[in-house]
Design a binder for this molecule. Structure first.
Ligand code: PMP
Length: 358
């Protein structure tokens, strides 16, 4: 086998690292912010039946326009958008890739606010879009003034906001999104992968879409909806944006199996989201108990908690792994991130951590 360096790979990919959350077989995996509750039997049975039905015609290409799925997703968004305003792909990562393929690319820039979701800059790089960055305020918050100053400094073609932000969990005010939209000339994409975990009644960015044709909101079934393995992410925006994404997607990018599984699961939205309350409680419990252990947890509206005050993240990470618990070192000094799992998983994590100390 030759080495990667010897291949005639694109110059801008030389020396880059792929996305690399460790995939290890452990008893308690709290590292990639999945919903760790098992899928209820009734949903498994219904999805299996839908997939089986689909298999009878799997000799044919799937519906390229994933019509039924777009209708189901519009319904899931409580009818606040029309099916023509919905896009979907194999995970919101692919949605983000489509957005950058259509609106970014060589000679264009996307502005982000690190620390933020690592794939935003990685997909920017793979699509040849320059990644430029703005600062955050205290405790990873992002005020309208700070965000607008970065937009004015960089004049980007796209702005990526993440609400709540990964890996920090930080909420983002709608006022910041509105201000960024007003200040920018390009696409503003709000990554709302964790929206369902926000406190009850808090407004999301979908409510801002009306009258803002450059605003895009991406979502996923991978987190609250407990469907990460199926790979289904989606986006809501003006119908013209959806037309732009059609130009870059590969034909039939969503398999018939994926479409059928997602449509069937969405019929059980209430059941699938039943665990959200429990997860929110575990998140809030983590914040309280991590502080009691002497760590410095950050406020979170997502299903994970970033905590500081870790003397040596690598040592703590390894100690937990030795106890069959996998969490995430996101590369921030003295910090680690943990997903809010089931009550039992949270208890074990906290107990092992308490035994180790800081
Ligand atoms: N956005 C954010 C903020 C995320 O944290 C993730 C997953 N970690 C994604 C998008 C991508 O998720 P998926 O491709 O599974 O939809």
């Amino acid at each position: 086998m030759t080495s990667l360096d010897e291949l005639p790979i694109r110059d801008d990919l030389r020396g880059q690292s792929p996305y690399g959350a460790p995939q290890k077989s452990v008893r308690i995996a709290l590292n990639v912010n999945e919903n760790t509750h098992p899928v209820p039997d009734e949903v498994v049975a219904h999805v299996a039946a839908a997939v089986e039905r689909e298999l009878r015609s799997i000799n044919r290409y799937p519906d390229r326009e994933f019509t039924a799925l777009r209708e189901s997703l519009a319904g899931y968004l409580a009818g606040r958008v029309r099916p023509e305003q919905v896009w979907a792909a194999n995970g919101s990562n692919e949605v983000i890739q489509h957005v950058l393929q259509a609106f970014g690319g060589p000679g264009r820039t996307v502005l982000g606010f690190p620390p933020t979701y690592s794939m935003h800059s990685i997909i920017a790089a793979s699509t040849g879009t320059a990644w430029v960055t703005g600062e955050r305020d205290a405790d990873f918050t992002l005020s309208p003034d700070t965000a607008v100053a970065a937009v004015e400094r960089h004049d980007p073609d796209l702005v990526f906001l993440c609400a709540p932000n990964n890996p920090t969990g930080t909420p983002l005010g709608l006022d910041t999104i509105e201000a960024v939209y007003e200040a920018s000339r390009g696409i503003v994409m709000v990554d709302e992968a964790y929206a369902e975990f926000m406190p009850e009644g808090k407004p999301d960015a979908i409510g801002l879409l009306e009258g803002r044709p450059r605003l895009l909101v991406s979502r996923t079934m991978s987190k609250a909806f407990a469907f990460a393995g199926a790979r289904l992410g989606y986006l809501a925006a003006d119908a013209a944006v959806i037309d732009a994404l059609r130009l870059v997607r590969l034909p039939y990018h969503l398999s018939a199996v994926t479409q059928a599984a997602a449509v069937a699961a969405l019929e059980h939205a209430e059941t699938m989201l039943r665990t959200v309350d429990v997860i929110r409680q575990q998140r809030d419990r983590l914040i309280v108990e991590l502080a009691a252990l002497g760590f410095a947890p950050h406020d979170s509206w997502a299903n994970f908690v970033l905590f500081g005050g870790v003397a040596d993240p690598q040592t703590t990470f390894s100690y937990l792994l030795d106890h069959d618990i996998l969490i995430r070192d996101v590369g921030l000094d003295n910090h680690l991130r943990v997903t809010a799992g089931t009550p039992g998983e949270t208890t074990e994590f906290l107990e092992v951590l308490a035994r180790m100390g800081r």
